[in-house]
Structures are given as structure tokens and as C-alpha cells.
Write a protein that binds this ligand. Sequence first.
Ligand code: SF4
Length: 471
Amino acid sequence: MAVGVFELFSVGIGPSSSHTVGPMRAGAVFARELREAGADGGPSYLDRVASLRVDLYGSLAATGRGHGTFTAVLLGLEGFEPEEILPDQVEERLTSIAETGKMNLAGSLVLPYSVEEMVLHPLTVLPRHTNGMTFTVFDSQDEVVHKATFFSVGGGFIVREGEEDSAQKELDESKKELPFPFRTAAELLGRCSSKGLSISDIMLVNEKASRSEEEIREGLLHIWSVMEGCVESSLKREGILPGGLKVRRRAPDWHERLLKEDKDRDPKYWQEWVNLIALAVNEENASGGRVVTAPTNGAAGIIPAVLYYALNYAPGMENATQEDKDDVVVKFLLAAGAVGVLYKEQASISGAEVGCQGEVGSASSMAAAGLAEVMGGTPAQVENAAEIAMEHNLGLTCDPIGGLVQVPCIERNAIAAAKAINAAKMALWGDGTHRVSLDEVIVTMRETGRDMSSKYKETAMGGLAVNVVEC
Ligand code: SF4
């Protein structure tokens, strides 16, 4: 399936799309295979399973504890899907596993197992990707019943070992079926110019290859409502974030203060509101709450914060009807999604692969494009906005303290949201012509990520992670 807007914006739980959502999804695939074997009358796997082994490699092993990888894998192996599991279910199942030392493999086989039994290989990177994991189940004679290796390649996407080529082929095939396939910004701009369409229009036509326009609109409005729900839930939860870093949630206090200081919604407070939204989303993410990957969990606050700006502070929104606002949400997410496709196609959105420039940088670039689009930018101006936002995130390393998605991640989202707004404004003051193209910046991001020391790619072995005392 070609990467589309609903793959880039999917609902999951925090704190990390590559280290929580992807591993849970991989576990759920393995659980489904265990459940389904034998359903057609063939030999059942679950009838034979006596024990389980989980091996985690590279970044998943190095920072998995802080990112909730271990517990996410367990929940996936129980059969839970990241899009559907509720925060209460997470708590209930993890408490039960911790208290009894038993899990419910594939939702039906009670098996003694706990996170302490996972086999960690932090210094071993499997050939395909640093976020590797292998699940193996054995019978009572220690014979392998079923085994699979998966890679969590960023943004909640997973690839199975041995199927990399077929996944790429399937992606290429499905792209051929799109009315306006594009891989680069140059191709995207070419489509816009030859058809006389905007970037969000091109994305909409492509999305219509797999669902109706009404479903697309409803789906995107649902994505926005989950983003809003995430903020709402975060603003009610005070106290310290989990993980031992003792990072205090700031969003509830800031909200209370803003409600007092900005009773009349004076536009001069726009920055404070944008900061608040970014912090609220990322604090909710850091506590394992429900978020939208946009395009990853670590960077989940940027797009909601900039979309909030678009809905509340963009010129002409003062008298907007609900329908106008819905149009803005749809257009914004489609344009942001189109730019997200470019990063998925030409580089990476995985912090473990290219550093934080791939997560926060990509999100900032996508948000800038979305804002420029709804503020009336031409395709060239929208592309310029996306380019400016990424250009000034190049080289951004991933060095979360304690492997937790808290410092620098939470504040970094607010800063990147501000960059996105500024990038859109700068692009809209120009005529779309500019010296450096978005494609050149994307390739530079990819090359910079390739050259970056692995210490700065979600391993918690460099930068702030080693220079700041954790307690
Ligand atoms: S530093 Fe950036 S890439 Fe790394 S975990 Fe935090 S948000 Fe994600």
C-alpha cells in the first residue's frame, strides 16, 4: 500500500511510535499468526506452545525501558493493537502481568512471562534497521513452533525480515495505481502545475483511490478530534511524568494561567497557546496516553500546535463557521501528509535512523506546509515553507535523557512548532522562488543522518543523555 495520510497520522499510545507503537504492532502481528494457524484445519500453534522468547536489538534494547518498548511488546503479544487499546486497558493488563508473572499469549494462552525475561542486545544492530526484534515460541521439547523478526522503521511502520523487497514492491505497485503518484517535491510540484491543483488537492485525489471523499473528510476530522482529546486529557493530569526523571507536567498550570491572563483571547498570546498545545500533547505522550503519530509520537505535538494556530490565529478565521474550520483541518492535514510522503520516500522519519531531524524536523516541515496551504499559499510557497522548516532542523540529534521521550523532546516540539509558523510566514512573504529546494534539503537530511554517530540516534549514549545527571 502506498504511504498515505492515514498511515502518517495514525492513532496509538505513547511514548514512541518507533519504540512503542511499532513493537506493539509487530507483537500483535505475531499473536495473530499464532491465533490463526490451525484455523483452516491445519496444525495449531497455540496448542503446542510451552514457552516464549523475545530478543530486542539495537536501539530497542538500549532505550526500550524508557520508551515503554518492553511492555508494548507484551501487550502486542497479548493481541492488543496500538490503534485500539485504551489507556485503562494498558494499566490493567500491565498490573496483572506484574502481579501474576503471567501473560495471555495471543489473548488465549496463559504463559509465565515477564519483561525481565526479554533478551536484550543493545550493541547488536541487525542488517535492516537498528530497531530489530525477534519473537520465538517453543514446544515442551524446546523445538521452535514459530519465529519471526520485525523491524520498527519509524512512525509506527513495521517491516518483516525477508519481506523488505516484497514490501517495497507492493509499495511501488500501489503507487502505480495512484492517479498522481509522486516521490519527490519536484514531481509533486509538476503535478500541481500540470493539473492546476493545490498540494492538498493532489493528495486528496490520491487518497480517493482507496476511500470516498466523505470517508477521507470524516477520517481526517476524527484524527483532529483525537488530537484535541489528547490535549483535553493532558490538561486534567497534573504531577510528575513516569520514568524517574521527575519531569513535572507543566501544561495544566500554564493553561490555568492563560485562562486568567488571556480572557479576551488577545492575539498577542498566540505563542503561549501554541506552546501550551505542544507541551500538552507531548506530556500526554510521555505518560503513555493516546496520541496521533504526526508523523511520530516523539514529534506528535507539532502538527496539533500549528493546526491550532491555523484555526485560531490565521487571518480570516475570526468569523469562520464550523464548516470553514473543518475545511481548514482537512486541507492542512492533506498538505502536511503530502510532505510527510516525501520524507518517507526519500529519507526517514525515524530518530534511530537519522536522529531527531527525521522526527521533529519532518513534523515541523509538514506543519509549515499545512499552514502555508491553509493561508492561501501557492504550491511553490507551500514547498518553500516545508523547505525552510527542515533546513533549520538539519543536524538535530536524538539524545533523550534516560531514553525517555521527555527531555529534550517535550519542549523541542514547542520550539519546532514556532519554527514551522515562522517558516510558513516567510514563505508566504516570498513568491515561491528560492535557492534551495525541498528535495535538496530532504536528501541533505538523509545524508546527515547517515553520517551522524549512532550515539546521537536514539541510543541514549551521547549528548544530553550522558551530560545531564538523571536524578
Ligand atoms: S530527541 Fe527527538 S527523535 Fe529523539 S526521542 Fe526525542 S523527539 Fe524523538
